[in-house]
Design a protein around this ligand. Structure first.
Ligand code: NDP
Length: 356
């Protein structure tokens, strides 16, 4: 069967033939429908993030998938059920974070991530998984269900944002998303719709019009902010201070500038994954502002099953046009490398292995 991989020493995806997997006892066999591509996949291919499975000379890519149960293999899954697989698996049985359903909080080294670090991903015709790592999704999700994984990352970030502000009355009205990539646009859609429902939303990019991402931002009722004209720290004066900032650029200066864009008592979530970068900041102003204005800044990675379940509701609530506009390319497995090509017209591409 076909698999889309990156080989050791290479920085391009390749399509290869691999053996069909056989499920172990307690595992089901899944037939892949669609696998989405995001910024993390590009970082994996370029060797900036993740790592190969032990002893293998290639890694099967892909961590955003929707699949159908092909062989329940004695598990309590129903054949034909649509599922979205989670990403993390424990390095060793009995890991306390996985045992209590919080794999997203496991420290580095205690987990592998399918398609990212130390384990093969889902960009292949068939894969196997234990049922506890599969989240059932509605039949209507055959084409869009791969978006549950990225949305779940934002469900987690929003949950943590509210948790940091739970000691007092916090009713956020203004939300700013940094980054108009797929993660930023999905998050903007979540902030702009029920149940989050921020009154005013903004999204930062660095593109000229006409641009399909700016069209989506404005169709969602948000204000586009061009970072070349209005740096993050200048946003409170140019627009208004923000109750919530969600960073999805991977541009490391934004981690610090986020604090200056926040209103008193606001919270910033950092999701981007930058390379090493040394630069100067006014550390005194950064520290002082956090303390004297009761601001919070936190990092967030990955998500757990609860967040996937919340993501199903969020995705169901999106307008149909949004998913259509976000998916700018659907590619056959044999042509999968084309799905990794980027341009200003490309937002979200998928490799489609099968349909229902
Ligand atoms: P993309 O790289 O597709 O999107 C990043 C966007 O940010 C691009 O549209 C880019 O604009 C924009 N951007 C970058 N720098 C600036 C800047 N200085 N000013 C304005 N806009 C800027 O990635 P994704 O949307 O897939 O993901 C976003 C980040 O989140 C990535 O770093 C990814 O690795 C990370 N990530 C983290 C997760 C987590 O759990 N923490 C989960 C998934 C992703 P342009 O296209 O014009 O260059």
């Amino acid at each position: 069967m076909k698999a889309v991989v990156v080989r050791q020493g290479e920085t391009e995806p390749t399509v290869i033939e691999v053996d069909e997997p056989t499920p172990e006892p307690g595992e089901a066999l899944l037939r892949t429908l669609r696998v989405g591509i995001d910024g993390t996949d590009h970082e994996v291919i370029e060797g900036n993030h993740g790592g190969f499975p032990d002893g293998d000379e290639y890694q099967i890519l892909g961590h955003e998938a929707v699949a159908v149960v092909a062989d329940a293999n004695g598990t309590d899954l129903d054949e034909g059920q649509l599922v979205v697989p989670t990403v993390r698996r424990p390095r060793e049985d009995g890991n306390e974070y996985f045992e209590r359903g919080e794999p997203d909080m496991a420290p580095d080294g205690q987990y592998v991530e399918r398609g990212i670090v130390g384990a093969h991903g889902y960009m292949t015709e068939l894969f196997t998984s234990a049922p506890r790592y599969l989240v059932p999704v509605p039949d209507a999700f055959a084409e869009s269900g791969f978006l549950v994984e990225p949305i779940s990352n934002t469900e987690k970030a929003l949950e943590h944002a509210h948790a940091t502000r739970s000691a007092f009355e916090w009713t956020p009205e203004t939300g700013l998303v940094l980054g108009n990539g797929p993660l930023g646009l999905l998050t903007l859609a979540m902030l702009a719709s029920e149940p989050t429902d921020f009154s005013r939303t903004y999204c930062l990019g660095r593109r000229d019009r006409p641009d399909p991402t700016i069209d989506i931002i404005e169709r969602l009722g948000a204000t586009y902010v061009d970072s070349r004209e209005t740096p993050v720290a200048a946003i409170p004066d140019a627009h208004e201070p923000m109750d919530f900032v969600y960073e999805a650029t991977g541009y490391a200066k934004h981690a610090f500038e986020t604090v200056h864009a926040l209103r008193s008592n606001g919270v910033g979530a950092l999701l981007g994954i930058p390379d090493d970068w040394t630069f100067e900041i006014d550390g005194g102003a950064f520290h002082r502002e956090i303390v004297l204005q009761n601001k919070a800044l936190f990092g967030s990675v990955n998500s757990n099953v609860r967040h996937y379940e919340a993501a199903i509701d969020s995705l169901s609530a999106f307008p149909d046009w949004l998913v259509d506009d976000l998916i700018t390319g659907v590619h056959e497995p044999a042509a999968a490398p084309a799905a990794f090509e980027t341009s200003d017209e490309t937002i979200k591409t998928v490799v489609e292995f099968d349909t229902v």
